[in-house]
Design a protein around this ligand. Sequence first.
Ligand code: NYM
Ligand code: MG
Length: 216
Amino acid sequence: AGHELTRRGALLVVEGLDRAGKSSQCEKLGDYLSQQGHTVKYIRFPDRTTPIGKLIDSYLRGSTNQEDHSIHLLFSANRWEIAKSIQEDISNGITIIVDRYSYSGAVYSAAKANPTLSLEWAWQPEIGLPRPDLCLFLSISAEEAAKRGGYGAERYENETMQTRVRELFRSLFNRQEDVAIINAGKSLKEVSKDIQVAVSKCVERLNVIGPLRVLG
Ligand code: NYM
Ligand code: MG
């Protein structure tokens, strides 16, 4: 008696452009799932706390320069170094909400328009990482993004990059399964409701989906 199989957690990723509202929505989603009785953990990439993460942080702040392919692989390595703990948490029944993942990784690097750094090339080091059960793409138009105020001071936070990133996200998500495109131009409350609907469907299906898969 008292023997219960631990139901695995879900791996949920929130993606989008800067200022799409990812962090607020991750928080709201965490609260919602906790209220539903799930154990929830929030993580974000880049994880700036690890040695690799510190290199990435100084690159993003503009304190250091890195060759495009080289920094790309560091962003990916920053996911690989945490991959095992993600897998363990999921099998222990913890649901993980991830703020940016491989999709940002591929898209931001490919947006640099470096002739040897295509979206295809950029995706390769992501193959084999834990595969999200659901990726929520918070989609906002360029106009809506502009309304939400100025860009930050970090690398990539400019009009040219953001426009390319938006286009690349679209073409990447056209050929990905398990992606919910969320209209993030609505109010905080409406957006969080739409996210809850998409996530509930996914969580209900976990038995059907089976064990955590890997990215291909
Ligand atoms: N970014 C994020 C990448 O270029 N590659 C990656 O793999 C990831 C996860 O880092 N502008 C970029 C996108 C963002 C920046 O993220 C920092 P945030 O969530 O704004 O702190
Ligand atoms: Mg940012």
